[in-house]
Write a protein that binds this ligand. Sequence first.
Ligand code: SAM
Ligand code: DTB
Ligand code: SF4
Length: 358
Amino acid sequence: MSQQKNSLASAHSECRHNWTQNEVKALFDLPFSDLMFQAQLVHRENFNPNEVQVSTLLSIKTGACPEDCKYCSQSSRYRTDVDKEGLMQIEKVLKAAKVAKEQGSTRFCMGAGWRNPKARDMPLVVEMVKGVKALGMETCMTLGMLSAEQADELQGAGLDYYNHNLDTSPEHYNQIITTRTYQDRLDTLTNVRSSGMKVCSGGIVGLGEQSKDRASLLAQLANLSPQPESVPINMLVKIEGTPLSDVDDLDHFEFIRCIAVARIMMPKSHVRLSAGRDAMNEQMQAMCFLAGANSIFYGCKLLTTGNPEADKDMMLFDRLGINTETIASDTDELKDQQAIQTAVVDQQHSDMFYNAAN
Ligand code: SAM
Ligand code: DTB
Ligand code: SF4
C-alpha cells in the first residue's frame, strides 16, 4: 500500500508537458475525494502544505482600456462604475507597497489597464520596479502584451514576475476577447520567459465556458515548458455593465476541482486562489487550500474590486494553522529542493526495504 501510494505521488511530481485533453478530463472526472487525495499527495511532496504565499495588488493605471475582454471593468467599451485614473505617481505606489509589506505581504503586483505599455510609460514603470524592489519585496507587474525588448528592460530593472493570463481555452477564447489573439498571449509569455523573469500565468473560470474548456486551459498552461512558476486561478468577479455580468455561477465544487487538477498537473508551481474570494466563505477557501492552492492576493482590494480584509485573512490562517511564506533566497530554494529530494529517496528506500522484508 505504502509503495502504491508513493508511486502515485511520484508519478505526478514530475512536470509533464504532454498532457492530452482526455487525461485532464479523466482527472476532472475522478470522485471528489480521490481527486483531493491525489492533489494532496502531490502538494505535500513538493511544498509545505501549511504555508501560503501572499501577494498584494495595486492598480497603477485604471480604466479606459481599448481592449474588449468581456469580463473586465476597465474596458472602455462597457459602461461600468470604475473611475479612470492615469499612471500613478511613484510616491503613491511606494507608499502602498510599504503598507502591504507592513501587513505581511511579500510580493507587490502592479497592474495596468493597458493593451500594452507605450514607450513613454516605460521609464516610470522601471522606476516603480526599482523602488519596490528596494523595499525588500518581490516585484510583479501585469501591463498587457510585452515586446522582447520591454521584457528585457523590466527584467534589467529587477522585476521578478510578469503576470499575463491565457484567460480561457483556445477554443472558447474568441467568445471572450476579439482584440488580441491567443497567440499574442503565448508570444508575450515567450518574451517574458526568454528575458529570465518568472512567469505568472493562469486564467478565469465561470465565464460561461464548458468543462472541456477548463481542462483545455489547464493543459495549455501545464504544457508550457517550463511551466509557469505561479498559476492564478480566478473565479469570475461579475461586473455590472460588462457582457458577462449575468452569466450563470460556476458550481463551487467545480472550482475546487480546477485547483486540484492544476496542482496535480503543475506540481512545482504556486497555484493561486486568485480573484473571487470575496464571494467565498471560509470553508470554501479552506477546501481550496486542501486542494493545493498555496498563494493568495492579500489586502482589501484587487484591481478595481473588493477582496477580504487583511485581518480577516490572518484570522482564517490562524484558525487553519497556516503560515505565510517568506521570500526564499536562491540558496534556500536549493536547500529546500535538496531536502525534498532526500526525503523522497529516503521514503523509496524504506518502502523497498519494507517490501523486501515482507
Ligand atoms: N491589462 C492587462 C492584461 O489584460 O493583461 C493587465 C491587467 S488584467 C486586469 C489581468 C487579469 O486579471 C486578466 O487577464 C484576467 O485574467 C483577470 N481579471 C480581470 N478582470 C477580472 C474579473 N472581473 N474577474 C476575474 N478575473 C479578472
Ligand atoms: C490575476 O490573475 N488576477 C488579478 C491579477 N492577476 C492582476 C486581477 C484580478 C482582477 C479582478 C477584478 C478587478 O479587481 O478588477
Ligand atoms: Fe484591458 Fe486588461 Fe481589462 Fe482586457 S483585462 S480590458 S486588456 S485591462
